[in-house]
Design a protein around this ligand. Structure first.
Ligand SMILES: *Cc1c(COP(=O)(O)O)cnc(C)c1O
Length: 449
């Protein structure tokens, strides 16, 4: 019995894994990892896997980065945790000051949680509560985009639109107003992504006209709708949305849990539309992929709407036990150091270009409908029919075949349905990109044969 197989047996007897039909593991290998180094993960039998998806989009500078390791160890020797109500600590003060400097202009307040879904819950509650505190109690609804994803807790699920995760729980969820996404995969072949995004904005505008009186906020993933298959749209949509929200007295929640910290080419995707949302949700890459931490950044006027004598009961009394954990803040501060002190974003521009050039041979593939990219996110849409774009039936699980092929060839390429994508750590090399893309192409050939 190998070290792997012993651990797999023990795991499958005790652990219930996330986002998994556990029965799949009767034939799909579970991979026990004992260490990570840079872009590489290694299992107990000595097999290596290139983490092409940054362990679900959290990792920025590779696994076990010496600088981040050191920062966490130093913090560990002084303070592991203290409650954040009534108490504070330097790591969270530093982090907040730095985020305020880095984020779009006007976001001056940081409210923390420990995962992206919770950040979304906070933004939704804050937006509702903001209007409530102003006496606008008729505002109780939220607008979201089709194909959107904002997390798995009930509030976040309610403003998402990925049927696979949402449908079962529909009876439990608040009703959101879902507006057709500007997703450029759906555009006419003779219109540009920008034209398509502008045209689709009409639907959002009409919805705002009709519902503004009862709507607290619109929530969007900026530019890339990640979990629904890395569907992309033009930043112009965000610009139009910001203006319309102002016009109709509706707030804007931008969920950058996945797109934040350089993934789309700029530090935040919002920057590409030059907008400031009312709430900016950050998570995932915030700690470089080390520890769970998320934050909602908001504006001073919103903060002030809660600032009053206690007996007015205007305070935002939301909390999580581990809010503002110092170890997580230390990891986040070290991650910001790396983003600020290394030419990470400029280097990413090079890596993005290299991914773009290397994937070229796949463009003419008979089962690839589109290859789309924004910065460090590159996605390949596999279809049954290239001309009509008829998708493969989901039951065939073609993406999973690419995943299996990848695992046998040193590659962690966990797909989203029939979409294969790369979202690698920023420390990947050109040679590693070549390997990643070579294995993906082989895997796609095999899965579509
Ligand atoms: C992953 C994700 C979330 C949820 O974050 P968790 O930390 O998994 O709860 C929310 N929004 C977006 C856009 C995400 O990609």
């Amino acid at each position: 019995m190998t070290a792997n197989s012993r651990l797999i047996e023990q795991d499958l007897a005790a652990v219930w894994h996330p986002c998994t039909q556990m029965k799949d593991h009767e034939w799909l290998p579970m991979i026990p990892i004992w260490r990570g180094q840079g872009v590489w993960l290694e299992d107990y039998d000595g097999n290596r896997y290139l983490d092409a998806i940054s362990s679900w989009w959290v990792n920025l500078f590779g696994h076990s980065h010496p600088y981040i390791n050191k920062a966490i160890k130093q913090q560990l020797d002084t303070l592991e945790h203290v409650l954040l109500a009534g108490f504070t600590h330097e790591p969270i003060i530093n982090l907040s000051q730095r985020l305020i400097k880095l984020a779009p202009q006007g976001l001056t307040r940081c409210f923390y949680a420990d995962n992206g879904s919770s950040a979304v819950e906070i933004a939704l509650k804050m937006s509702f509560h903001y209007f409530h505190n102003q006496g606008q109690t008729q505002k109780t609804k939220f607008i979201c985009l089709s194909n959107s994803y904002h997390g798995e807790t009930l509030g976040a699920l309610a403003v998402g639109d990925v049927a696979l995760y949402k449908e079962t729980y529909a009876p439990l969820l608040m009703q959101a107003i879902t507006v057709e996404s500007p997703d450029c995969f759906m555009r006419d072949p003779d219109s540009s992504c920008r034209e398509h995004s502008i045209a689709k904005f009409n639907i959002m505008r009409t919805t705002l006209e009709q519902h503004a009186h009862e709507v607290c906020a619109v929530i969007v993933e900026p530019i890339v709708q990640c979990a629904s298959g890395m569907r992309m749209y033009d930043p112009v949509y965000l610009k139009l949305l910001r203006n319309a929200c102002d016009e109709f007295g509706v707030q804007l929640i931008v969920d950058e849990v996945a797109t934040g910290f350089g993934r789309t080419g700029s530090l935040f995707a919002c920057e590409q539309a030059n907008i400031t949302p009312d709430y900016l949700c950050l998570g995932k890459g915030l700690t470089g992929g080390y520890l769970p931490l998320s934050v909602v950044m908001t504006k001073e006027v919103i903060y002030q709407a809660f600032y009053a004598d206690f007996k007015t009961l205007k305070a935002f009394l939301h909390s999580h036990s581990y809010t503002g954990n110092p170890l997580a803040c230390a990891a986040a501060n070290a991650t910001l150091d790396l983003l600020e002190q290394t030419p990470a974003l400029a280097h990413n521009a090079h890596l993005s270009k290299h991914m773009h050039d290397t994937i070229e041979p796949l463009r003419d593939h008979p089962h690839v409908a589109e290859i789309r990219q924004r910065g460090m996110i590159l996605a390949i849409e596999m279809v049954k029919d290239k001309q009509t774009r008829e998708p493969y039936p989901w039951q065939e699980r073609r993406g999973l075949r690419v995943y299996e092929y990848g695992l046998k060839h040193q590659m962690l390429l966990r797909p989203l349905g029939n979409v294969i994508y790369f979202m690698p750590p920023y420390v990947i090399t050109d040679d590693e990109i070549d390997l990643m893309i070579k294995v993906a192409i082989e895997g796609i050939n095999e899965a579509t044969a």
